[in-house]
Design a protein around this ligand. Structure first.
Ligand code: NAG
Ligand code: NAG
Length: 262
């Protein structure tokens, strides 16, 4: 009896019990997430220093495919090197990414002076939580891409991808610059798993960004609501599990017939 009262008090959760409305709810999250994402402003404007601004392209869930595209930025033949600096703010970096951002801005100056500077981009997880969740990356981090030109038959060769994390309390400009200047990226094995931003199974099947929205949506649910939801599901499963033993004893009339909360 007590559980039915809880269901009445929380109509949204009791609706979720029937499977299809749960799907609708998830779709609702996606729609809401899309709205708020399109209204987000230029991430570079908030944080990174001026010197880096002109050379570093902000990545968003909307533009990353166009920005990180073979031949998008330079016409040079062969492999195109990209360094994407991942930063965050109060929520996504505990407010402790200032040192890393400064180090990156200084590294941009060092890197830009090299004979073959890589393309540079910035991913701010505070403004782009969906993309950070989809790629499963957190700050401070440098994502290193080697993007090959399309082949003669227009097919896209695999992209070499590495995710290089830094200690936010000790990161320095020379550490970041060395990824390119000393080819330190080669110390790290390329990542080839399902979360690869372009060649992984999630990206290839188009699930990567929806999953990013889903994880982000779940993170928006207050923890108390999540706890009630979990306890409701487990209670529901228990009542289902307990029913079969009861049925044989009662012979022809299983009391109630349906799982507890209909
Ligand atoms: C981050 O937190 C600090 C300290 O709590 C606060 O001063 C600052 O305004 C916050 N920044 C943003 C962008 O909310
Ligand atoms: C970062 O460096 C500090 C100082 O050396 C150390 O105490 C801390 O454990 C390091 N954090 C990580 C995640 O390695």
């Amino acid at each position: 009896m007590r559980t039915s009262h809880i269901f009445l008090a929380l109509p949204a959760l009791s609706v979720a019990q029937q499977q299809f409305p749960l799907v609708d709810q998830v779709k609702g999250w996606f729609a809401k997430a899309s709205d708020s994402i399109t209204s987000v402003t230029n991430p570079v404007a908030s944080g990174a220093a001026k010197v880096a601004d002109s050379r570093v392209q902000p990545l968003t869930v909307a533009n990353y495919k166009d920005v990180l595209r073979p031949g998008a930025a330079t016409a040079s033949p062969g492999i195109e090197e990209w360094m994407v600096f991942v930063t965050g703010g109060n929520k996504t970096c505990y407010g402790q990414c200032a040192r890393a951002e400064t180090a990156f801005n200084e590294a941009v100056v060092l890197i830009s002076a090299s004979s073959s500077p890589p393309n540079l981009a910035l991913l701010d997880c505070e403004n782009e939580p969906v993309l950070c969740n989809a790629w499963v990356v957190g700050p401070p981090n440098v994502l290193h891409f080697l993007i090959a030109q399309p082949l003669a038959d227009q097919s896209t060769p695999a992209t070499t991808y590495r995710s290089i994390g830094f200690n936010r309390t000790t990161v320095t400009a020379t550490q970041i610059a060395a990824i390119h200047l000393e080819e330190k990226y080669k110390d790290k094995a390329p990542y080839e798993g399902i979360f690869h931003p372009f060649d992984g199974q999630l990206a290839q099947t188009g699930l990567m960004i929806p999953i990013g929205y889903a994880i982000w949506g779940f993170s928006k649910i207050p923890s108390w609501a999540f706890m009630i939801f979990i306890s409701f599901i487990s209670r529901n499963m228990m009542s289902r599990r307990m029913q079969p033993p009861a049925a044989p004893q009662q012979g022809g009339a299983p009391a109630g017939g349906q799982p507890a909360a209909s």
